[in-house]
Design a protein around this ligand. Structure first.
Ligand code: ADP
Ligand code: MG
Length: 257
């Protein structure tokens, strides 16, 4: 079944200063099986957008709506949004010493189940190993503690595995980590490409053109000053790489002059 995530005329401000919008009327519709990349210079509100959709308490949605299959998610708690099928990268713990990845993922899967329903251990491990095989992750990986002493690539591998286990309908990924090396980028890319074929919708926020060499987006959007100012296909990302963001700003200035 195909699903739709619709962001409608969204305005977002900081909870501490609700009069000042950061996201200023953003419209975007994503369907399952599609990858949408949002690019844009620093400070344009990309992370604010993803955190607001995730329900981060520092941000308030002052107007507009976010609809999952036509139903607003704005009144839902972050964990309800996750159960409804959204995967939001900011919810991940930075480090949990002493908790293995296998046990952490098990708790995460259990938490998504209906009250009173028990996760069967045999079935869980079977599914975990199937997902790891699909993503070409070594079995030894799951006995490591969550994020403890992880490289950027290992953190990404853990995140992608979690995403594979939770089988979300839509994933919001904000690739802000400037420390991501090419291996980490490739892990993200391979994971997204693999999961996308199983009808996942992805909103990928990045300022790395490099990442888009590995994940071929169906749509590329340029965000500037809280809005999407330009949309296109993957060639737009190449154009941005060649011309930089000033080109978009100049275009915009000409259009509004
Ligand atoms: P991007 O991800 O596109 O670089 P952000 O969403 O992080 O942009 O930030 C957009 C603007 O909002 C910036 O001016 C930033 O300083 C401000 N901002 C975002 N989050 C916070 C916060 N928690 N506290 C103060 N200012 C913030
Ligand atoms: Mg950001």
């Amino acid at each position: 079944m195909s699903s739709t995530l619709e962001i409608r005329a969204l305005h977002v401000a900081l909870a501490s200063s609700p009069d000042k919008s950061i996201v200023k009327g953003l419209d975007l519709t994503i369907r399952t099986g599609e990858v949408h990349a949002i690019m844009g210079p620093n400070g344009t509100g990309k992370s604010t957008l993803s955190k607001a959709i995730a329900g981060h308490p520092d941000y308030v949605i002052t107007s507009g709506d976010v609809l999952l299959d036509g139903k607003s998610i704005l009144e839902m708690e972050p964990d309800e949004r996750a159960r409804a099928g959204l995967f939001l990268a900011f919810q991940y713990p930075s480090e949990i010493p002493g908790v293995s990845i296998a046990n952490f993922l098990r708790a995460a899967v259990q938490a998504r189940m209906a009250e009173g329903e028990e996760l069967d251990a045999t079935a869980y491990y079977k599914r975990l190993y199937a997902k790891m095989d699909m993503l070409k992750i070594d079995r030894k990986f799951t006995s490591r503690s969550v994020n403890e002493g992880f490289s950027g690539g290992e953190k990404k591998r853990c995140e992608i595995l979690q995403m594979a286990m939770l089988e979300p309908t839509f994933a919001l990924m904000d690739e802000t980590d400037s420390g991501l090396d090419i291996d980490a980028l490739k892990i993200v890319a391979e994971g997204v490409n693999t999961l996308k074929s199983g009808s996942l919708g992805v909103l990928l926020i990045t300022h790395y053109q490099r990442l888009l060499n590995h994940i071929v987006p169906d749509y590329v959007h340029v965000m500037y000053d809280g809005r999407i100012v330009k949309s296109g296909d993957k060639t737009l990302a190449l154009e941005l790489e060649a011309k930089g963001y000033d080109w978009v700003k100049t275009d915009l200035a000409a259009a509004t002059a």
